[in-house]
Write a protein that binds this ligand. Sequence first.
Ligand code: BG6
Length: 519
Amino acid sequence: MTAVGGTLVAERSGEADIAPPATMFIFGASGDLTKRLLMPALYNLAVEKLLNAHFSVVGVDHIARSEQDYRDYLDSTVPGLIAGHSNAPEKIDSAAWSWLVERCGYVSGDFEDEDTYRRLADRIAAIAAADGHANAVFYLAVAPRFFGPVVDHLGKAGLLKETPDGFRRIVIEKPFGTDLTSAQALDAALLRDTTEKQIYRIDHFLGKETVQNVMALRFGNGIFEPIWNREYIDHVQITAAETVTVEARGRFYDATGALRDMVPNHMFQLLSMVAMEPPNSFDADAVRTEKAKVVEAIRRYSPEEALKWSVRGQYRAGDIDGRVVSDFTSEPDVSPDSTTETYVALKYMIDNWRWSGVPFYIRTGKALSVRRTEIAIQFKRAPSVLFRDTPTGTLEPNLLVIHVQPDEGISLRFAAKVPGRKVKLSKVDMDFRYSDYFRAEPSTGYETLIYDCLIGDATLFQRADNIEAGWAAVQSLIDATAGGHGDIHPYAAGSSGPEAADELIGRDGFSWLPLRGRI
Ligand code: BG6
């Protein structure tokens, strides 16, 4: 620990082991994900010296270019995109960056052409001869329509068969299917030539430190678990508000919408971290089993109930902190008569012993007034009988807020006496900020996920049943709104979302935490 500005700052512990040797084949080597997140994450792992001397990357893409051309492309695009260095690429650790770029190769080829996979097999054989390992991670940073075909070709080429000197792992990005049936079909296709243990389904929210910290908060402290249940908790609010619009993703987003894009995956990750039972261990399957159980316990609504307990909204022209935004329907690649939601608010009940009767409210949307992801746990009020004859009146409930991003931390709201002769209470906040205690390393959130995949730890990845349980919980709303059915409530860009969402939570006598200001 070192003192910084009077505060104790914990050093990042350097206890992690160097990952085993491996080759990471990145399908979609010239895509956005590769340059914005994967390469910067690999660079950060190289800076931390966590990659093996026999680690290498092979980009796979249809663009015809030489290995040297690919390295030059990485060299000219990635350094300016590395988190924490975007305004100062000169601060890049050039030794670590060169170390990484030297290890990058390239195979050009069509994802649907058998020949591409023959070349990959040759590459693996050459690496095995030179470096003595045949470990391969196949990272599918490609459009979802290629997930099935790429895995199918890998299987047919025999590249998914593990040997004593070679593990074979597949990393697959979201969106994992577009509904329950398509997710099940994709799982079946993936599992034809692999076992579940070889598949690493990414939900990048699990790479966020604060999301992982929910487990530390709940299970590493003695004071929270005893009150973490229906006896003490009134309701839970989970918010992922974004200021960004659909930007250049109009085609994808118009076909997807806020529900599919965020709820069965990211929002349910947050929900399951908060609501799961303590696992028997931090073993990957122990954790994932508890997470699957809680998502499976989400009440399955009928289509009518799904409509009743949800509000879908779409942004209209507005202003976000001085940035002028136009209607969603006039965004590039969005249909002018689109009924796709850019905002969704939902109420869910979890039908198990711990949570019976405790509503979980979820809201997420684009073009809102602030960027903020948080989980708010509102406790039951203390009886106000003692204060009945004082100016205090009704007592405010205690509130524990986990700030996932930005401004990561945890706040606890409680009542304190206002100094003076009269007994008057006021709400006050106790505030923990990560940045006051820990030095934040530049991170994309993908470092942990890539490292975990290399060492074979699947705890932070989604098992098939986790994914399918998520889709099953939202399926009735997908069905009820298919073909443009159901109301879409307009809201102004830069607002807190549609008023109907306030009415949804208001029906139960609650209100959303305001989107402006911390706690
Ligand atoms: C992605 C969604 O999975 O998550 C995006 O497709 C969304 O629409 C993003 O903006 C949010 O992630 P983060 O890490 O920026 O909160």
